[in-house]
Write a protein that binds this ligand. Sequence first.
Ligand code: FAD
Ligand code: DLZ
Ligand code: SF4
Length: 518
Amino acid sequence: MSGALRVVLGDQCSHSLSALADLDPDRDVVLLAEVEAECTYVRHHKQKIALVLSAMRHFAGALAARGVRVEHVRLEDEGNTGFLAGEVERAAARHRPARVVCTHPGEWRVLEDMRGWEALTGLPVEIRDDDRFLCGLGRFRRWAAEHGAGEGSNTPGKLRMESFYRDMRRATGLLMDDAGKPEGGRWNFDAENRRRLPARAPVPKPRRFPPDAVTREVMAMVERRFPGHFGALDAFAWPVTAHDAASALEDFVANRLPLFGDYQDAMAAGEPTLFHGLVSTSLNAGLLSPRECCDAAVEAWKRGEAPLNAVEGFVRQVLGWREYMRGLYWLQMPGYAHLNALGARRKLPWFYWSGETELACVRQVVKQTRDLAYAHHIQRLMVTGNFALLAGLDPAEVNEWYMAVYADAYEWVELPNTHGMAIHADGGIAASKPYAASGAYINRMSDYCRLCPRDPKQATGPDACPFNFLYWDFIARHADRWEGNARMWPVLNGMRRMDPARLSAIRAQAAAYLSGLS
Ligand code: FAD
Ligand code: DLZ
Ligand code: SF4
């Protein structure tokens, strides 16, 4: 064969993939390889493995139906080496291509691996940009440099999402009027997006995509081969094809987008998905594009079917946060993963895996995560993330947990969110101040506290909410650091105005609680 071996990874199931751009169906072969190592480098939630492998099988089928020569290596095929590199080497030996073509992967460790494929196969390996994002990595690097943060430089406080987002709005024209001004006269409607869900408010059930025969076969294999991985498979209902992903987006836009903005930060017991999009698994696997998501939301606003605060809120997540997180990841890696600015060392308590804790908020989030491989942003940030931050849990263990429990987890997006946003391990590169909050925040934004034996209004005593004493202990523990961060001064001043005896009692209770965590 004189053509190219085109390698498509499990999260690259996109017909528009750069590695497939100039595909010659007569000479080229597309390789998709299911490999053990990608299923186990962290012990992914069973639903994530099932989703990715099923998406690969469907995508391989769709390519073959278009007349493309596809080599799909299944996980249990005889001779499967269990590694991406091993499968590329085997395919190269089988097909004798003139070159290998692939698309930049989503994780640093895979890029490192890919860089070794030339030596392994003796063939030229072309790694093309992943242009399924709205901001190329070159563009992001230029933007970062213009804002005083060059590659790999640890520059807390310099880069801010809001400024990046505005640049991206201008660059894409999304929600911009003819005069080049933001629609509605404002860039940001965040202040209107912080409502608590009223009791008994009806919440639409998201469209489900029950497993077809291909997915069921994969699910049975996952259960058989990865029985010890976290999570249940029974409720699997994720889209695994571009067709179903488009249908999921349509369902969101029609039924949940109108209230997405209002209740973006709300949490409610028994309502795991509220008005969220449920599009991250499809976006991250390549079944949906970010432009498609933004355009669908903006069109709904133009038709008068969704208000601007909802549409802008959604566009900000996809065009702003998602692209910003990816840019930061590639700007900061590989050093970023090892930062531990707050010197956090405590082991992850077992209840992160079992959900067995009296803390109702944590229990709700962990149990829905086990059942659905999903929690929405505020649950990840302000419940499990906030607890990890306040309790000083080891960043490596916390990151491993977030990678292992969500169906949308890939390091390029998980790491900056966890390390940067949730636990401040990067010392302020991703966010200017830690998202630390006491029980009052959780009580304001959810109804979890009414299910809890702890009292969100108490900071000491047997009924005190741990988020309260841990919060003040956290502020006090790192007080010197907050001196240098003006955004933390109001909190610091609040702590200093506290009766010293009360602060001591709070800190003593925090110490006793932390020493009992296991
Ligand atoms: P919606 O609320 O409907 O938002 C729409 C889309 O915007 C999402 O699908 C997502 O693509 C994008 N988005 C929203 N917030 C963010 C964000 N902070 N960063 C990047 N994209 C965002 N997202 C992942 O895709 N994978 C992860 O592994 C991941 N890990 C996270 C870990 C922590 C500690 C935190 C705080 C957040 C994490 N997020 C992650 C971001 C966010 O929680 C999820 O994208 C979101 O919950 C997915 O659900 P949804 O599609 O219903 O989102
Ligand atoms: C997540 C995942 C899983 C579970 N399995 C595979 C696989 O068998 N083969 C493959 O090519 N990709 C898989 N993936 C996705 C990769 O882990 C992903 O490409 C990297 O995490 C980079 O984003
Ligand atoms: Fe969570 Fe505290 Fe409320 Fe209990 S009282 S649900 S621990 S915030």
